[in-house]
Design a protein around this ligand. Structure first.
Ligand code: GTP
Ligand code: MG
Length: 195
């Protein structure tokens, strides 16, 4: 995909009505701080259009980035943010769930997992949820630059085994620092759009 135009078009909080975009949406889910907004910036060739932070809990709304006026990258709030109150956690959870249930144009959900760690219980719940709702799960193993090359296969295996992923599920290692994996992710999105 050649990026000609990007725009943050919709920002939805817990009281917002979710928009009917009428164009293909792909969403990015994962625990707080895993790198969802950083990945979206890398895909858009922007440094900071999607706001990122070293502190977890940065993205608290559902943000729709319109790409070339033809499709949307959807940035979701992170889950598992330990310092948030139970009430806030429940609200974010509901926001994510409502989106995944209600979007008519959602074609695929990218689940981001930090390549350094085994997936958490919440990650498993999210993965199963994606499958159960009939979406194609694609796993992005983030922060690839933080491990040694020699650890890569072991960490990918750990992710596949902990999530009990199906054989044909794709796991793409990615780094927002080096942009490694970016082309592969765009190729996949292009495929998803033309399905
Ligand atoms: P929430 O909005 O809180 O759910 O977080 P998020 O998943 O959107 O994470 P975000 O993109 O804000 O990144 C969190 C932190 O991780 C930031 O300090 C980023 O700079 C850093 N980060 C993200 N991706 C990478 C990566 O590939 N490599 C390295 N080294 N750091 C990264
Ligand atoms: Mg974010």
């Amino acid at each position: 995909m050649v990026i000609k135009q990007v725009e943050l078009q919709h920002v939805c909080g817990i009281t917002s009505k979710l928009p009917d975009t009428g164009q293909v949406e792909v969403a990015f889910a994962g625990k707080s701080n895993v790198g969802k907004s950083s990945l979206i910036n890398a895909l858009m060739n922007r440094k900071s259009l999607a706001r990122t932070s070293a502190q977890p809990g940065k993205t608290q709304t559902i943000n729709y980035y319109h790409i070339n006026e033809e499709m949307y990258l959807v940035d979701l709030p992170g889950y598992g943010f330990a310092r948030a109150s139970e009430e806030v956690k429940a609200k974010w959870g509901k926001l994510i769930e409502d989106y995944l249930h209600q979007s008519k144009m959602l074609h695929a959900v990218f689940l981001l997992i930090d390549i350094r760690h085994a997936p958490s219980n919440n990650d498993r719940i999210m993965y199963d949820w994606i499958l159960r709702n009939g979406y194609q799960p694609i796993i992005i193993a983030t922060k690839l630059d933080k491990i040694k090359r020699s650890q890569l296969q072991k960490q990918i295996k750990l992710i596949r085994e902990t999530l009990e992923v199906e054989k044909d599920t794709i796991v793409i290692p990615f780094s927002a620092e080096t942009k490694q994996g970016r082309e592969e992710i765009w190729n996949l999105i292009d495929e998803i759009r033309s399905d």
